[in-house]
Design a protein around this ligand. Structure first.
Ligand code: KG4
Ligand code: ZN
Length: 346
């Protein structure tokens, strides 16, 4: 079975074709970074309009890359939530309409289920059951995964998601959007021993997260070290910002690692999957691998380009659901607040 996957939940238009025998045949992506850069963040209306412009051309490009005519597609999967509703509706409308025109089934895919299953796109990917750390711009969740749609959320973010905390702290440090990868680059130049930030919620039991205090901690540190009338030269000021970025990154990575170890011990499940945009972070990938090695388990993560939003994970998750006989009737919907726990097992 060959499935066309369409991702338009936020600021990336992703399209891919997954073949259940041959694996991934094509994946193409258009990032809207330039569209939103001047605004310092995603402008929902601009995002929707850009998806309208890009989705069909990218579908043509993916078909060409795979060397396929459209009549070789057996199903269409599109992200139906969570995300920006206008952006979601573009992919949903295009996906559902194409499926109707081509006479094939269509399936709505939960964006976080896409992230969760993305490591399975890799050769020698993980097998169920596993524990997943989903860390993206909108979510930080620890999930026990027993199969497709068999999810138990063990821990959740009480305020800012990890990616959101990266983005907001990056902004404080004067870095451009998208902040996460920029902050990670700056942190690489920082001294890990100059500042120590707290590890929120690690001193009490449980698997929930709270990252908004870290952003405030970074702000206070920045104001104390670099007040408006500071006398440091440009080089020394840049080093201070890099040291703050490093302390922030260390704190987020350490906190996530502590909770992952706790989740592995609590569930007895020694396979851990790391997914979502923040899982592209090198320091996090390294730290989680160390934790799992020590626990006698194994960590899996997607290749960096499939950590952030992409069409491949949607095509793959869509195939898993279509293969289980699930599809949508002719109506379609998008749900900006779709809950992972509401999914049926496949
Ligand atoms: O999964 P994703 O592409 O979109 C959402 O579903 O939210 O995740 C985007 C988030 C952003 O907050 C971005 O700053 C963060 O992932 N991110 C990173 C890195 N790459 C992306 N955070 C830290 N380090 C990175 N290398
Ligand atoms: Zn995402």
């Amino acid at each position: 079975m060959r499935v066309l996957g369409i991702e338009t939940s936020c600021d990336e238009t992703g399209v891919a074709i997954y073949d259940s025998n041959a694996g991934l045949l094509a994946h193409v992506l258009h990032s809207q970074v330039e569209t939103h850069a001047d605004f310092g963040g995603v402008v929902p209306e601009l995002a929707s309009r850009d998806h309208v412009r890009k989705t069909l051309p990218l579908i043509k490009e993916a078909l060409a890359e795979a060397g396929l005519e459209r009549d070789r597609i057996d199903g269409v999967a599109y992200t139906a939530g969570p995300g920006l509703v206008g952006a979601l509706l573009v992919g949903a409308a295009v996906g559902r309409s194409l499926a109707w025109a081509w006479g094939v089934p269509a399936v709505p895919v939960h964006h976080m289920e896409g992230h969760l299953l993305a490591p399975m796109l890799e050769e020698n990917g993980p097998a169920f059951p596993f524990v997943a750390l989903l860390a993206s711009g909108g979510h930080t969740q620890l999930v026990e995964v027993r199969g497709v749609g068999r999810y138990e959320v063990l821990g959740d973010s009480l305020d800012d998601a990890a990616g959101e905390a990266f983005d907001k702290t990056a902004k404080l440090l004067g870095l451009p959007y998208p902040g996460g990868p920029e902050l990670a680059r700056l942190a690489a130049l920082g001294d890990p021993d100059r500042y120590r930030f707290p590890r929120p919620m690690t001193d009490r039991p449980g698997l929930d997260f709270s990252f908004s205090g870290l952003k405030t901690f970074a702000l206070n540190c920045l104001h104390a070290e670099l007040p408006e009338n500071h006398s440091l030269d440009e080089q020394a000021a840049r080093q201070t910002r890099a040291d703050i970025a490093r302390a922030f990154e260390e704190a987020v990575v350490d906190t996530l690692a502590i909770k992952c170890r706790r989740a592995v011990r609590q569930t007895g499940c020694k396979t851990l999957v790391l997914a979502g945009g923040v899982s592209a972070n090198k320091r996090l990938r390294g730290r989680i691998r160390e934790v799992l090695d020590k626990e006698g388990g194994r960590a899996f993560y997607p290749r960096p380009q499939f950590c952030t939003d992409n069409g491949a994970m949607i095509a793959y998750a869509g195939w898993r659901r279509l293969a289980a006989g699930q599809s949508e009737p002719l109506r379609f919907n998008a749900d900006p607040r779709w809950k992972l726990e509401a999914l049926p097992p496949a």
